[in-house]
Design a protein around this ligand. Structure first.
Ligand code: C6P
Length: 401
């Protein structure tokens, strides 16, 4: 209850019922600390950063760079030079495809992704393959929703230049064995990008222990604001890569004959960044650190176990994604009922879930379904709310069957 009181949005009724928010994999709600950081910035410190010498500019720059240090610690990175602010996971992946990809991946080279990927970690690689004549290979998904690691091993060869997979599947909740994926990729000389959109709020990340080359995540999925994300990259790789966008901040010197580029991380941060949201992201990271990711995960795991047990007792309900290692995401289908109808009828009862393909159309095709209903839990959710979901579903089934 103490944690719930930190999230003002939860205290409301929807369609006459107390809100149950189970769409946390799409975006988490924001604690007052994050909302207040945004308001504080605009009310007292608003200025452009890295350029002004006046007091407001100094304060804004100090707080912006304080977030970079907080992110460095959050990811276990060696240096703040390796922390690049983006608009989110999608931009982080596109940045790597457009810079590392364009420079180091050529005709006939191979890129490996997986059947569990979000469209954000499929389409940028397809675009690159189309431009370069490179080849996209896909690790298949088992009936349980896990990656087929035997096939992965067989796909690896010196032709593979990059492996890009998610840490956690947004649609099924599967936690992928990324340390093994990274080590096996490195053994053939390939680099690895991990899409951390769904892992960063649940699992402690140590990019150095993982030895990962690139790791991308979004602020809005870790209780922070929308419009801000992070790309971690190993320093030697970032230094070897060309810039992403051209403009202010990313240059050292410009003449009409030649431009030289700024040092890391600014080389990849052209233009005025999303200052307010970057600053507020630190409040989100501090919030998580105070509670502790292990405590958050333990609470969410208990919710997942309870929800799974109760859902499985509903006749005609099938859980899609039964991997041994999962975060607090449960996706399911009910015989004879379209997921969208479930979503609308749950919303009528004040319960927010996501329905549809979850931006993973190839994965839905793999399971021969149009989509699922997905409930995803966060630190502020409760067992009583899971009970509300179960009662809500029973009502939906009674209405539609
Ligand atoms: N998944 C979901 O409801 P952005 O939009 O850039 O913040 O994140 C994109 C993204 C990339 N990878 C994974 C694994 C993701 O889950 C997401 C976002 C949301 O599942 C919105 S589609």
């Amino acid at each position: 209850q103490k944690i719930r009181a930190d999230f003002p949005v939860l205290d409301q009724t929807i369609n006459g019922k107390q809100l149950v928010y189970f769409d946390n994999a799409a975006t988490t709600q924001k604690p007052s600390a994050v909302i207040n950081a945004l308001v504080h910035y605009y009310q007292t410190d608003n200025a452009n950063i890295h350029r002004g010498i006046h007091t407001l500019a100094e304060r804004a720059t100090r707080d912006f760079e304080a977030t970079r240090e907080a992110v460095r610690a959050f990811l276990g990175a060696a240096s703040t030079e390796e922390i690049i602010f983006t608009s989110g996971t999608t931009q982080g992946i596109n940045l790597v495809a457009s810079t590392f990809g364009r420079k180091f991946i050529g005709e006939g080279d191979e890129i490996i992704i997986s059947g569990l990927e979000h469209h954000s970690n499929i389409v940028p690689w397809q675009m690159l393959c189309e431009e370069k004549g490179s080849i996209l290979k896909v690790i298949p998904v088992t009936d349980e929703g896990e990656l087929d690691m035997e096939v992965y091993a067989s796909l690896l060869s010196p032709n593979v230049k990059l492996v890009a997979v998610n840490h956690v599947s947004n649609a099924l909740g599967t936690i992928n064995p990324i340390k093994q994926i990274i080590d096996q990729a490195h053994a053939v000389g390939a680099k690895v990008l991990i899409d951390g959109a769904q892992s960063s709020s649940h699992i402690t990340i140590d990019v150095q222990a993982l030895d990962v080359d690139f790791y991308a995540f979004s602020g809005h999925k870790i209780y922070g604001p929308t419009g801000v994300g992070v790309l971690y990259g190993k320093k030697e790789l970032l230094n070897a890569m060309p810039p992403y966008m051209g403009g202010g901040e990313m240059i050292k010197e410009v003449s009409f004959e030649k431009t030289t580029y700024n040092e890391l991380p600014y080389k990849f941060e052209a233009g005025t960044p999303n200052i307010a949201d970057v600053i507020a992201l630190k409040a989100a990271i501090d919030y998580i650190n105070v509670i502790g990711k292990e405590n958050i995960a333990a609470h969410e795991d208990a919710l997942l176990a309870y929800a799974t047990e109760r859902l499985l007792k509903i006749e005609g309900l099938r859980i899609i994604g039964t991997a041994k290692e999962k975060v607090s995401v449960v996706s399911f289908v009910i015989d004879g009922i379209h997921p969208q109808d479930i979503g609308v009828l749950l919303d009528n009862q004040g319960i927010a879930v996501r329905t549809g393909h979850h931006c993973t159309q190839p994965l839905m095709k793999r399971f021969n379904i149009v989509g699922t209903t997905r409930a995803s839990f966060a630190v502020y959710n409760t067992i009583e709310e899971v009970d509300r979901l179960i009662t809500g579903l029973e009502r939906v089934i009674k209405m539609l069957k």
